[in-house]
Design a protein around this ligand. Sequence first.
Ligand code: PRP
Ligand code: MN
Ligand code: MG
Length: 175
Amino acid sequence: MEQENLKELISKKEIQNKVKELGKQISEDYKGEEILAICVLKGSFVFTADLLREVTVPSTVEFLAVSSYGASTESSGIIRILKDLDCSIEGKHVVIVEDIIDTGLTLNYLMKTLSTRKPASLKVCTLLDKPERREVDMKADYVGFEIPDEFVIGYGLDFAEYYRNLPGVYIKSDE
Ligand code: PRP
Ligand code: MN
Ligand code: MG
C-alpha cells in the first residue's frame, strides 16, 4: 500500500510514553481492586495490548466488536455490535479501552448498553480524542492525546481496514 500521503502526528515514542503514563494512572486509581478491560475491536487492539502491559493491578480482558465507519472516512452514525462480550460484567470494575473518540456515538452506545449490565464501575480510556467532532456529550476518564479534526490512521486506526499496523499516528491526506 502507498504510504506517501501520510504525515506523522504522534510518534511511536510519544505514544509509548503516554501509554506508560496512562497505565500508571489506572494502576493508582484501581489500587487494591482488579479491572476488566474491554477492548473495542477492531481499532483498540493495539492500544489495549500495550496499555494492559503497563497496568500493575490484576486485570482481565474481553473483546467486543462494533463498527460505524465501514469503508468511509465519515461515520455512518449507525453503530452495529458485530461481536458481544462472552461474559458477565456484573460487579466488575470495567474500563472500556478505545483508540479514538470522534462523534462519541460508539461510546455513547456502549456506555448505555454496558451500564445496564450492572458493572461495579464503568470508565473509559481512550488514546485519542477529537472533541471538535462530538455529536453527543461524551468524555473519557483517561485521555492520551487531544487531536485536531483530521482523519488519522495507525496504531490500530484504519482507513478501509489498512494501516492499523503503523507504529505511530498519521494524518492521511486525500490525494
Ligand atoms: C472507529 C474508532 C472508534 C470509533 C470512534 O471505529 O475505532 O471505535 O470509530 O468514532 P465515533 O466516536 O464517531 O463513534 P470503527 O467504527 O471505524 O471500527 P474499527 O474500530 O473496526 O475500525
Ligand atoms: Mn473502533
Ligand atoms: Mg475504523
